[in-house]
Design a protein around this ligand. Sequence first.
Ligand code: ADP
Ligand code: MG
Length: 356
Amino acid sequence: MDKYRVMQAENRKLYNQVQDLRGAIRVFCRIRPAGRTNDDSPVCVESAGEDGLVVRCPGPKNELKDFHFDKVFEPQVTQAQVYEDTQPLIRSMLDGFNVCIFAYGQTGAGKTHTMSGTDVEHADGRGINYRALDDLFLLRDERATEVVYSIKVQMVEIYNETLRDLLVDGGHQVRLEIHNTQASGLNVPGAKQEVVTSSADVLRLMDKGARNRKSAETRMNERSSRSHQVLTVIVDGDNLLTGAQTHGCLHLVDLAGSERTTKSEATGDRLVEANHINSSLSALGDVMAALANKSKHVPFRNSKLTQLLADSLSGQAKVMMFMHIAPEASSFQETLSTLKFATRVSEITLGQVGTW
Ligand code: ADP
Ligand code: MG
């Protein structure tokens, strides 16, 4: 078979997989290797098979709790292996689907590792954000005789319910508003979108985004864990043979740390931040639950985060949530709260058949 036919066959296969996925939400769990955060307390989490997880509650009873997901990634699983499960979704975007991928979990549980990566100057360390864009470039080249694609990137953070453009340097910020009526990926007209054509472009932009995020940090505030970062990829395709046009949008979301701050710990700015994070994460949970239940009313308007993502979550969006677990016993309470959030979304969707 020539290359074109191979590609057609592959597209059909992927198309079928995508059909299975219509409206689906997949919930994955990734366990961070122990000891990455200077915490030497014993490990209280173990995987139990491909899709299960056991948490050992500290205390005299040593009670065990079981949880189930679409899949559990054990600590030694590589960035490339994690990406394998994401790949079909990224590909479906080229055919005009909207996709959202979230990293949820307490600070230090590995969200940024999954989305951006660690030591990204080495390809092995790169997370989903880089791999997704590289894949899009590859597919664009493979299909070049048939379709012309334009790939654009936008990067914003949401801090205390305010949007900030991470592709614009500090002094040049404009006020960003969300317009609910726009097509997916175009609902923040004031945000800068940059065309990317190669991995080098992406590395440069990510670096810029990271620097802009860093520049807003104060001594007291490690900003990256207190804000949501949303990288949006917008892909438009023009089919040269049929004249058909496609439009797809991918949101890659590194959420703020989900840890609960007690009133006694947090005062002033910290308390304001904590309240904003708590309310936006619960708004996200409500939206996910409504989508999973196929409810008529999805409460997108309750937070900036859900408003921003509404454009691609309504309709036939494909959603993937990576729940991140810190395995140390000291994080036990936060782990349970993460697993509870995950269960709320996944117990409704488990049982829906369909392969990736
Ligand atoms: P978060 O973004 O949730 O606060 P990070 O992604 O920054 O957490 O992870 C905390 C630390 O653990 C970082 O140093 C990161 O490199 C490391 N880490 C997280 N997950 C993994 C993993 N799966 N394998 C190796 N190191 C990891
Ligand atoms: Mg982080």
